[in-house]
Design a protein. Structure first.
Length: 86
């Protein structure tokens, strides 16, 4: 799914593609949110484990307009006009 399709359908984009982690190239401001999953190896079990660990926080906070970079043991959040938080 492209960013344009996710915007048109008001869906959060979840991807392993690190290009989406660049907020200058893919600004999250007008989106329902972008979640980039960064894992050392693209194994389904590791991807699932990483996302399951992040779900409680992702459910508690607003995804819209934000870039979330989800890694094993860490979540980085980028919001336009705010500094990144860990």
């Amino acid at each position: 799914m492209s960013v344009d399709v996710s915007i048109a359908e008001a869906r959060t984009l979840v991807s392993l593609d690190l290009d989406f982690a660049n907020p200058l190239r893919f600004p999250p401001g007008g989106t329902a949110g972008i979640v980039v999953v960064r894992v050392p190896r693209p194994l389904l079990s590791l991807i699932e484990e990483t996302l399951r660990a992040a779900l409680p926080r992702l459910r508690q906070e607003t995804l819209a307009g934000r870039l979330w970079i989800v890694e094993p043991g860490r979540i980085r959040l980028y919001e336009p006009n705010r500094s990144p938080e860990e």
